[in-house]
Design a protein around this ligand. Structure first.
Ligand code: FAD
Length: 329
């Protein structure tokens, strides 16, 4: 076990851009590395990705492992996971954090299997147990009613995918230097039966609720799919985006990628307006980090009315038009 050293993070790159989840993982990983007295290392996988190393150094990374090859231009699970496992077996990291994004969830699971180690998926907090140096990864379980802390005692690296928005983004400071270690891609070894054909963007791709300052979310209280037209008007007026609780998603009123909560997205906007949402724990798990929560609900006893910074008691079909009128003035 002593051979395995240092804390790794995956700096995800997709469509030629480094994801800002890398900065969140730097914050989480820096804490772990400092507690252990080990180095914080980032992994860059892809084509033309070495250029991102300096940004990672500026935000506190000590070492960047780069596998830069044209064969990695497009994401293919097996190829990426086998390459990552090749890096793991060569350099033997102690802990390895990946983002719980679509790509990260898939890649972390496959890589953990190839590496023969454990993975805590979708964690919201990571800490080092000072007694034995083990990673304690905490995640909600049983529908968010319990928080479970999971360890991986007998294999290394201890792997964990961390929910986006769980940690603040590490800021860039003055230009720092670090070590770049290049890892050669092996086309004979890192293979896949699957072949990349084409990347098809889903409709409205580019919507990133995690980057939006204002979110207007609708719940079952809307009563019908058309209710979102009214929410769209308010969101547009405030320069924000529309989201939902699970009920409208289950009813087919709106697409899943707009669901906020435990089984949806976690967001931290400046303003979150919850319309016709009761505020169940599974929903609040995704939005309680908002700076300001405004609830519009007919029922003054709804749980969200106590959790919101501003609670408006009333019918959303009366309150929202009144808000739009006031905004127009
Ligand atoms: C494992 C698990 C995971 C889950 N994950 C999620 C998740 O990710 N996200 C999520 O949201 N839920 C999730 N849920 C479901 C969650 O428990 C709730 O069922 C759901 O959040 C309820 O949605 P809601 O608040 O829209 O509906 P309701 O709880 O039915 O609330 C509707 C509210 O609208 C109000 N209302 C009605 N009409 C009006 C009106 N005209 N004007 C104003 N107010 C009105 C009512 O007073 C009520 O408070 C999960 C559940 C489980 C078990």
């Amino acid at each position: 076990m002593k051979e395995w050293k240092n804390v790794w993070i995956l700096a995800e790159v997709s469509n030629g851009k480094m994801s800002s989840t890398a900065y969140e993982l730097i914050t989480a990983g820096r804490g772990l590395a400092d507690t252990l007295g080990e180095k914080l290392c980032a992994v860059l996988l892809g084509a033309d990705v070495k250029k991102f190393a300096q940004d990672l150094f500026d935000r506190g990374v000590d070492v960047v492992y780069v596998c830069d090859d044209l064969a990695l231009t497009n994401y293919v699970d097996d190829i990426y996971a086998k390459t990552l496992n090749g890096m793991i077996q060569t350099y033997k990291p102690n802990k390895f954090l990946l983002p719980a994004t679509n790509l990260g969830r898939s890649l972390s699971a496959k890589t953990a299997i190839f590496a023969g180690t454990g993975l805590t998926a979708d964690a919201t907090e990571v800490l080092i147990n000072p007694e034995d140096g083990q990673l304690h990864a905490t995640r909600p379980t049983f529908g968010g009613n319990l928080m479970a802390t999971i360890t991986c005692a007998r294999t290394r690296p201890e792997m964990c995918s961390l929910r986006p928005m769980s940690y603040p983004k590490a800021a860039a400071s003055e230009s720092k230097t670090g070590e770049v270690i290049e890892f050669a891609f092996d086309a004979g070894k890192y293979t896949s039966l699957a072949k990349f054909l084409q990347f098809i963007k889903s409709e409205g791709e580019g919507l990133d609720l995690s980057e939006t300052d204002v979110i207007v979310a609708g719940g079952r209280g809307l009563g019908k799919a058309e209710g979102f037209d009214l929410l769209n008007k308010l969101a547009e007026r405030l320069g924000g985006a529309v989201a939902a609780s699970r009920a409208p998603v289950d009813n087919g009123w709106i697409e899943y990628r707009r669901q906020i909560g435990l089984t949806g997205r976690t967001v931290k906007p400046k303003l979150y307006i919850a319309c016709g949402i009761s505020g169940q724990i599974q929903h609040m798990a995704g939005c309680s980090g908002a700076d300001v929560i405004v609830a519009i609900n007919k029922d003054p006893e709804a749980p969200i009315m106590k959790m919101a910074h501003y609670a408006v008691e009333g019918d959303l079909y009366e309150v929202i038009p009144a808000m739009l009128e006031a905004l127009d003035k």
